[in-house]
Design a protein around this ligand. Structure first.
Ligand SMILES: [Zn+2]
Length: 301
């Protein structure tokens, strides 16, 4: 008798304790992409990018690009950072090929929550894979939430000046999805508090108003770094390499450098939206750049 093949499996939620808070990462979706260069390292050679990929056991022709929002339960409020792709690939023909459908709202159930339970939805920035899960069929997916946007990010999309060619559709999408939510939103700047223990940090570059977040409870610290680094090897080991989706390439590099330096120096635990699930770990400094040290069991103890 032979056992039938059951197909590959992958964990999709991970929760850990952070002082008096709990935090969780949720795999919303993942794309399998091809061609690391020149998406990464347009300012380096294809050979260098391929050598780094090989050194990290990354297939040159197929790499995973996951989308992983973070949920923080302060004991008083459930705060969700970003919303994944949602129904975008179903609702917009032109996004079908690039964005896989989101599963965030359904997978909240694996953590014992419903979309109605979310108190605050924080948008780190306005790119499709972060705002896509906010509404479906024109209705808010998190009906009881208030929204928190970076004021600079919201203003940029609303003003609609200096939007680069590759982001013109993104601008329309942002206005369609986010503008109607403005009356239930607060607009914050770096340094501002979201709720007690959660503060915004300027991470602009990848987008004009990208915000990272510093979270602290009972002396335990954690950062949500969103899209500061979008690939665990390329963007971390060679932070000076340009990434095609960074809107201001030079500023994004500068932001990566100082945030990586801070994470390494302060030995800060952090979540990164596009890192391999569960997307949490640390940064170490190396001779050429940095390296990501993925969490193994440390947060389970
Ligand atoms: Zn992203």
């Amino acid at each position: 008798m032979s056992a039938s093949l059951q197909g590959a499996t992958q964990p999709t939620v991970y929760r850990f304790k952070l002082g008096g808070f709990e935090a969780a990462t949720i795999l919303d979706s993942k794309a399998i992409r091809q061609g690391l260069h020149p998406t990464y390292g347009a300012n380096a050679s294809a050979d260098d990018v391929h050598a780094l990929a090989l050194a990290n056991h990354i297939d040159l022709d197929r790499y995973e690009h996951p989308n992983t929002p973070t949920l923080v339960n302060t004991g008083k409020e459930l705060v969700l950072f970003d919303t994944g792709n949602g129904a975008l690939p179903r609702e917009y023909e032109q996004l079908k090929a690039r964005l896989p459908p989101g599963n965030l709202a359904a997978r909240l159930g694996l953590l014992g929550h419903k979309p109605e339970d979310i108190d605050v939805v924080v948008l780190t920035h306005g790119h499709p894979d972060h705002i896509g899960g906010l509404v479906e069929g024109g209705k808010p997916v998190y009906p009881n939430a208030r929204y928190v946007f970076g004021a600079a990010e919201f203003d940029f999309w609303k003003r609609n000046e200096g939007v680069r060619e590759a982001r013109l559709f993104n601008q329309k999408l942002f206005m369609t999805i986010c503008e109607p939510l403005a009356d239930r939103a607060t607009f914050i700047k770096p340094g501002d508090e979201v709720v007690g223990g959660i503060h915004a940090v300027d991470a602009s570059g990848h987008s004009p108003g990208l915000m990272a977040f510093h979270i602290e409870s009972e002396g335990k610290r954690f950062m949500v770094t969103a899209d500061t680094c979008t690939q665990y090897a390329m963007a971390v080991q060679r932070p000076e390499w340009q990434f095609e989706m960074d809107d201001d390439k030079d500023k994004a590099v500068a932001t990566r450098m100082w945030i990586l330096d801070m994470l390494a120096t302060e030995r800060l635990f952090f979540a990164s939206f596009h890192f391999p699930f569960p997307g949490v770990g640390w940064i170490d400094k190396t001779s050429a750049g940095y390296r990501w040290v993925p969490h193994s069991y440390q947060m389970n103890l």
